[in-house]
Design a protein. Sequence first.
Length: 283
Amino acid sequence: MISGRAKLAGVMGWPVGHSLSPSLHGFWLETLGVDGAYVPLAVAPENFFDVLRLLPKLGLRGANVTIPHKEAALKACDEIDEVAQRIGAVNTVVVRPDGKLWGTNTDAFGFIENLKWRCADWTAEAGAATVIGAGGAARAVVVALLDAGVPQVNLINRTRTRAETLAAAFGDRVRVRDWETRALALADTALLVNTTSLGMTGQPPLELDLAPLPKEAVVCDIVYVPLETDLLKAAKAKGYRTVDGIGMLLHQARPGFAAWFGIEPQVSDALMLHVLTAAGAGV
């Protein structure tokens, strides 16, 4: 139940029906007893700027931004933080008390927090990380790893030029490796991360020989449908520590919820089960 004083936020996308954010935030609102609501907002690209700018007048405290609006939100906000600038996208907008829109990107935060949640003994000092992919998710993961102190990031993408463009934005600590010889990059890898859709339900698997990967390495896949991809199954069978992708989604939502509703939420197994059920992903 909500009152006339309810705190309001939502998620803007086109389409937006696939978003798990309403289920995620709805769980927190209910379990924490918050007088508030979080709603899906289907906004066509041509209307995005005007609708986002209306948030203060509508009484909303902010919104998440999902596909295809993340890059457009960079220009629509009055202020954006350094993390959003480096990632090149905004996924969380907060309405300031003066009505100005402040944008950030919480994907890097979500990735690192999930890694710590599922693999508490991982340390950035353990060695190089190898990231598969060069899209928006890869960019957020690279920012997260560099900020955490990982000494080197190997970047591998089927289209090398796209990987080179991404790497050029981050300097010498990011090195592009060839897709055809991708297994060779694993020899000095302490953390392997798949940021592509390969392995997702309905997509081809990620074909990768894990034999060169050191036995103490951690294997992470940001895909969460299915929860355990073929990559994670293969890694687990070989004795590697693995981290699935659902926690990144859950943890990236924490800063926005805290800003909009005034309570710092917690990620739990109960929340994970709730969201996976909403996704039809199983456990």
